[in-house]
Design a binder for this molecule. Structure first.
Ligand code: DC
Length: 220
């Protein structure tokens, strides 16, 4: 390990385009944390299941297909990316087809169960690679994956501000529909967990959000 200071786990949850990725990346730079975007994990699994011809309504068939997926992690800079059978996802997981189907696959219990321990194991990956902590973003990080995280934040912003962010990224993404599906699914729905710090970034710049969270992390 590079240092003897306490290893810190930070959970960042929020709806689609709520600024989780840019904020988490900024914080990972500031604190030498490993940044883990679990949305990219669900996107990658969705991509591979679609390639295998799977349908989100066929849970048993999905469970069989998942048995053939061997997971690994590739670290680039401070970002962790999932590997599935040595395939490393790229821009293909941000396509319109994936935007439209990822919430359906993410609601399948076998898919969530498949990624559960893998997500928790990222803390070990971070420690083994001499990071000073882990910052993990998603929908259920502070509620299910790391309910005992040292810090838990929930980001929100007005729908219009979030839609504008996606448009400026050149993305076709029905974020209101994804949020509806993600918040109403039976298993691990998108929620602001009790005890998490809620941050509304509608009128804040990225730097302001990063500063706000950094101050809270440093205050402890
Ligand atoms: O963060 P994102 O928008 O790239 O996430 C894509 C989808 O993945 C999101 O609509 C729901 C699912 N997801 C999830 O169910 N649980 C997580 N922890 C992260 C993402």
């Amino acid at each position: 390990m590079a240092s003897s200071q306490k290893f810190i786990i930070v959970a960042i949850d929020g709806g689609a385009a709520s600024g989780k990725s840019s904020t988490s990346r900024g914080l990972s730079e500031r604190f030498n944390f490993l940044h883990v975007d679990t949305g990219s994990f669900y996107r990658a699994v969705t991509y591979q299941l679609r390639q295998a011809g799977e349908n989100p309504a066929e849970a048993a068939s999905i469970a069989q297909a998942l048995k053939t997926f061997k997971l690994g992690t590739l670290i680039t800079g401070r970002d962790a990316m999932i590997k599935i059978n040595d395939w490393v996802p790229g821009d293909e997981i941000r396509s319109q087809e994936i935007n439209e189907s990822v919430s359906l696959f993410a609601a399948v219990p076998a898919v969530r169960g498949f990624l559960l321990d893998y997500q928790r194991d990222q803390a070990t990956v971070a420690r083994e690679n001499s990071f000073d902590g882990l910052i993990m973003e998603g929908r259920d990080i502070g509620s299910i994956i790391f309910p005992d995280a040292d810090h838990r934040f929930f980001l929100q912003a007005d729908l219009e501000a979030r839609a504008q962010r996606r448009i400026s990224e050149g993305q076709n993404d029905k974020i209101a529909e994804r949020d509806r599906l993600d918040s109403t699914r039976k298993i691990s729905p998108l929620v602001c967990p009790a005890g998490a710090t809620l941050i509304d970034s509608t009128y804040l710049s990225l730097d302001e959000v990063v500063d706000l969270i950094a101050k809270k992390i440093q205050a402890d």
